[in-house]
Design a protein around this ligand. Structure first.
Ligand code: CMC
Length: 429
C-alpha cells in the first residue's frame, strides 16, 4: 500500500498521499485538501511548498549538491560551453553534434535586433538601470516576432528559444553601449556565443576587441553556473506568468524583473558595493560582519545565505577558484578578492553564521570575476539574467508540456476588516 499522511482536525481524519521524487524527496500531496476539508495551507515565502514536479535541476541543499538534468555541476567546469548546457536544460539531453551545430547556427543567425528596435534604446536616459532596459526589450521582442506567440509546435519553440538566447546578449550589450553613449556594435557571425557578447560590449567601430581565452572561459563558466536553479524567485515568476499562457517573451521579461531584487540576482551588485565600502576604509571586515549580525542594522552579509543550501553552495566554491585563476592569469591583484576571502573566513567561524547555516552563495565571488573582465557593476545582474535565461525557457516549456499545468493561483488567509458599510464623503469623521 502506498504511504499516506493523516491530518487530524477535530474528529475528522484526512488521508493525504505521500509522493516521492526520483532522488527520494518526499511530499504530502495536498491537491485534494481544500475540496475534502475546506482547509488551505499557509506558507508565506513557500519554504515548505512544492509548486510543481520538475525534471530539470536537482538540488540537495544539505549536501551542497546541484545537478543539471542529472549531471553534477562540477562536471561542467572544464568541457562544455554555455550553448550546450542551454540545450541540455531545455531539451533534456546533451545535444548530438548535429543538434549542437544546428542550434549554434540558429543562435548566430538570430543575433541581430530588428533595426527598429534600436530606436527604443534611444528613448531611455543614459542612467537607466540596464535591468529595466533588458526587461522592456525582451517584452518588446514579442512585437517583432508575433509568429512566435503560439509555441505548441516544438520546432517553433526551438526557434523562439534560439532567438531569445541569442538576442538577450545583443540587448544587454546595447544597453551597456547606450549607457556610455557609445555606438552599437553589431554581432559578428564568426564569433562564438561568449566572445561575440564581449565583442558587442567592448569593440569599437573598426577596432575589434581581443578576447583573452581565459576571460572567455571564465565568463562561459559564470553563465553555466547561473543557468538554472530550480524554483528560485525568478524561475517561479516565469512559471507563474507562463501559467496564464502568456507568451515566452512576456514570461521571461517578468523573470528579469524578479531577478533584479537585491535578495535574488541583484545581490551580486550589493556584494561589490559591500566589498568596495570595506576597501574604502569606512568599515573593517570585522565591523561589517558585526553589523550583519545586528538585527537593528538591517545590514546583511550580501552573497551569504540561501533558502535551499544549508551547506556550501557548490557554485560559490567553483567561482572562488575561477576568480583566483583569472586574476592570476590577467596579472591583476584585486584587493576586493582578499576582502571577500577575509569576510568568508570570519563568517564561517562565527556562531551566528554557523548556527544559521549561512555559507557563501553564487553571488559572493561572481562580481570579482566580472569586474576583472571589465564589466561594470550595474551590468552584473544582467549577466546573471543571460545565464539564467535557458533555465527560464526550460521551465516555461516543461510547464507548457505538462498535463497538469493549471493557472497558478494561490489562496490567502484574509485578515482585513469584516463587512462594513460605505460612508459618504461628508459623513466621514
Ligand atoms: N546576513 C546576515 N544574516 C542572515 C543572512 C545574511 N546574508 N541571511 C540570512 N540571515 C539570517 C536571518 O536574519 C535569519 O536570522 P534569524 O533566524 O535570527 O531571524 C536567518 O539567517 C534565516 O534567514 P531568512 O531571511 O529567514 O532566510 P531566507 O531563506 O528567507 O533568505 C536569502 C535567503 C538568500 C534571501 C538570505 O540569506 C539573504 O538575504 N542573503 C543575502 C542576499 C543574497 O546573497 N542573496 C542571493 C541569494 S543566492 C542567488 C539568488 O538566488 O539570486
Amino acid at each position: 500500500m502506498s504511504e499516506k499522511a493523516t491530518l487530524v482536525v477535530g474528529d475528522a481524519h484526512y488521508d493525504l498521499p505521500i509522493i516521492e521524487g526520483s532522488e527520494g524527496e518526499r511530499a504530502v500531496d495536498i491537491r485534494q485538501l481544500r475540496a475534502r476539508s475546506g482547509l488551505i495551507t499557509l506558507d508565506p515565502g513557500y519554504g515548505n511548498t512544492g509548486s510543481c514536479e520538475s525534471a530539470i535541476t536537482f538540488i540537495d541543499g544539505d549536501r551542497g549538491i546541484l545537478r543539471y538534468r542529472g549531471i553534477p555541476i562540477e562536471q561542467f567546469a572544464e568541457a562544455p560551453n554555455f550553448v550546450e548546457v542551454a540545450w541540455l536544460l531545455i531539451f533534456g539531453h546533451l545535444p548530438t553534434r548535429e543538434e549542437y551545430r544546428a542550434f549554434a547556427a540558429d543562435l548566430t543567425a538570430q543575433a541581430d535586433l530588428d533595426e527598429n528596435m534600436k530606436h527604443h534604446f534611444e528613448g531611455f536616459p543614459r542612467s537607466a538601470p540596464p535591468m529595466a532596459i533588458l526587461s522592456a526589450m525582451i517584452n518588446a521582442l514579442s512585437c517583432f516576432h508575433p509568429e512566435l506567440f503560439e509555441l505548441e509546435d516544438p520546432e517553433r519553440f526551438r526557434m523562439a528559444a534560439a532567438r531569445l538566447i541569442s538576442k538577450i546578449r545583443t540587448i544587454a550589450a546595447y544597453a551597456y553601449r547606450h549607457s556610455r553613449g557609445l555606438p552599437f556594435i553589431y554581432p559578428d557571425p564568426r564569433l562564438r556565443y561568449v566572445p561575440n557578447f564581449l565583442h558587442m560590449l567592448f569593440s569599437q567601430p573598426y577596432v575589434q576587441w581581443h578576447c583573452d581565452e581565459a576571460v572567455c572561459e571564465a565568463l562561459n563558466l559564470v553563465l553555466i553556473l547561473h543557468a538554472d536553479h530550480e524554483q528560485n524567485c525568478s524561475t517561479s515568476t516565469v512559471r507563474m506568468v507562463g501559467s496564464s499562457q502568456a507568451n515566452l517573451f512576456a514570461s521571461c521579461a517578468a523573470g528579469v524583473c524578479a531577478l533584479w531584487g537585491p535578495l535574488h540576482g541583484g545581490a551580486n551588485v550589493e556584494v561589490l558595493t559591500m566589498l568596495e565600502q570595506i576597501h574604502g576604509g569606512n568599515l573593517t571586515a570585522e565591523e561589517y560582519v558585526r553589523l550583519a549580525k545586528d538585527r537593528d542594522s538591517k545590514v546583511r552579509l550580501m552573497g551569504f545565505g540561501h533558502r535551499v543550501y544549508k551547506n556550501f553552495d557548490p557554485r560559490a566554491r567553483m567561482l572562488a577558484e575561477v576568480a583566483e585563476r583569472l586574476l592570476a592569469r590577467l596579472g591583476q591583484d584585486d584587493p576586493l578578492l582578499q576582502i571577500a576571502r577575509r569576510l568568508e573566513e570570519i563568517a564561517l567561524r562565527d556562531p551566528y553564521f554557523v548556527d544559521r547555516q549561512l555559507y557563501p552563495n553564487v553571488d559572493f565571488y561572481s562580481g570579482i570575476i566580472l569586474r576583472a573582465i571589465g564589466i561594470p557593476t550595474n551590468m552584473f545582474t544582467v549577466i546573471f539574467a543571460i545565464g539564467r535565461l535557458p533555465g527560464w525557457i526550460a521551465h516555461w516549456w516543461e510547464q507548457r508540456q505538462g498535463d497538469g499545468s493549471r493557472i497558478a493561483r494561490p489562496r490567502q488567509i484574509y485578515v482585513g476588516d469584516r463587512e462594513r458599510p460605505y460612508v459618504a464623503m461628508d459623513e466621514r469623521l
